[in-house]
Every structure is written in structure tokens, then in C-alpha cells.
Design a protein around this ligand. Structure first.
Ligand SMILES: C[S@@+](CC[C@H](N)C(=O)[O-])C[C@H]1O[C@@H](n2cnc3c(N)ncnc32)[C@H](O)[C@@H]1O
Length: 207
């Protein structure tokens, strides 16, 4: 079952204005990602939100297709790209569950703060794997609250009922790594700034 986009539509304006929680960690993730990027690359970003990361990576690749199922997030992303004269990013309202890029057509996929929000992350990881070319990379940053706040699953249904949380999977870093490996990926790089912070992984589809 797909997650309703209404939650994200409601919070989009506020999300766009929020400062980055850990600027140093964000900059490090951008720099590591950039080490893998090449000017001839076709990139897909899944759950792109208000487009900030796609816009920052755009000068380093050929094209980024950035999708999000929230119309309001996509509208903000499009306006930001226009204001910055970025014309090699296509922002599109679409769901991860209906991804339709051809198999083996992508050089890189970015999935930042998104895998823990999916009800079926295995299906999304498998689809990403199919769409990547051999040697392609899947760059992920994922909140793994199962490592520090496993009690969250007790309050999550109440938060969702009240509309204050979206659906969140209580993942551990190990379970996430296992899912990527089971899908066929090799973990090329893994970093967690500190306990409780999002786990950053660059996973590679073998050549
Ligand atoms: C926590 S935000 C992360 C946004 C951005 N990647 C970032 O790092 O700031 C999660 C985003 O994923 C989108 N999203 C959640 N589930 C989705 C799905 N099934 N298909 C497409 N977008 C989804 C939401 O609309 C939201 O914009």
C-alpha cells in the first residue's frame, strides 16, 4: 500500500523553511556523493522533497529526474530550480511504487530520508536495482530508529492517527544493509555521523 501524500502536502511549506539539522553531515554526504558523480550521468532521485539536493548535484551530472508524490513538494522544488536557472533537473509528481524508468537505464539513484518511510522498502530497493546499469550506484541516507528508539513503534499508530507523523518503519542499520545486500548490491561506503543519526550508504550494483 502506498503512503498517502496528504501528510507531506500539508508540511511542504514548513519543510522547505526548516534549516538542515546537521549541516556538517549534510555537506559530507554531498561531497561523498559527488565523488561518484560524472558529467555524463543520468540520475533519478526518489522522494526528492523540495528539491534542494537535486539542485545542488545538478551541475555535476547530465540529467536528474527527481520524483515525489507530494504535489506541494514538487511545486516548491520546481520554483527553486527556476529561480536558480537549473535546467537539467526534471521534477515530477510520481510515486516510488510506480517507478517506470527502463531497466538498466540509470547511472545513479538518490534516496535520501525516504526508505524508512516506505511500507515495502524491499520492493523499492529491488526496482532501483533493476533500473540501474551494472556498476550504477544507489545513494541512501536513512533514519534507523530501531537502533535507538525501538519503542517508537508503540506510539507510531497514535501519531499517525492524529496526523502528526507519517508512516515510519522502525529499521535498524543492520536490517537496512541486509536488505540492500539481499537485493544484490555491494556496500561501497557506509557512514553514520553518530549514534541515532541517519545511516548514509552508497550501494553499488556489481559490474
Ligand atoms: C523526509 S522527506 C525527504 C525529502 C528529501 N529527500 C530530503 O532529503 O530532504 C520524504 C519525502 O518523500 C516523499 N515520499 C514519501 N513516500 C513517497 C512515495 N511512496 N512516493 C514518492 N514520494 C514519497 C514525501 O512526499 C517527502 O517529500
Amino acid at each position: 500500500m502506498a503512503q498517502a501524500p496528504q501528510f507531506w502536502d500539508k508540511v511542504a511549506e514548513k519543510y522547505a523553511k526548516q534549516p538542515i539539522e546537521d549541516e556538517a553531515a549534510y555537506q559530507k554526504k554531498l561531497a561523498i556523493t559527488r565523488d561518484y558523480l560524472r558529467p555524463d550521468m543520468d540520475v533519478l532521485e526518489i522522494g526528492c522533497g523540495t528539491g534542494s539536493t537535486a539542485i545542488l548535484h545538478a551541475p555535476y551530472v547530465k540529467h536528474i529526474r527527481a520524483i515525489d508524490f507530494s504535489a506541494n513538494m514538487v511545486a516548491i522544488a520546481k520554483a527553486k530550480a527556476k529561480a536558480k536557472h537549473i535546467d537539467n533537473v526534471t521534477f515530477e509528481q510520481a510515486t516510488i511504487e510506480d517507478l517506470n524508468s527502463p531497466d538498466q537505464s540509470l547511472d545513479a539513484v538518490l534516496g535520501l530520508s525516504i526508505l524508512h518511510l516506505l511500507r515495502d522498502k524491499e520492493a523499492a530497493i529491488a526496482r532501483v536495482y533493476q533500473m540501474l546499469k551494472p556498476g550504477g550506484i544507489f545513494v541512501t541516507s536513512t533514519v534507523c530508529i530501531g537502533d535507538t528508539m525501538s519503542w517508537f513503534k508503540l506510539i507510531a499508530p497514535i501519531g499517525r492517527f492524529l496526523g502528526i507523523f507519517p508512516f515510519v518503519q522502525v529499521l535498524t542499520a543492520q536490517a537496512l544493509a541486509d536488505s540492500l545486500i539481499q537485493a544484490g548490491f555491494e556496500l561501497d561506503y557506509q557512514w553514520q555521523p553518530s549514534k541515532g543519526k541517519a545511516v548514509f550508504i552508497v550501494a553499488k550494483k556489481p559490474e
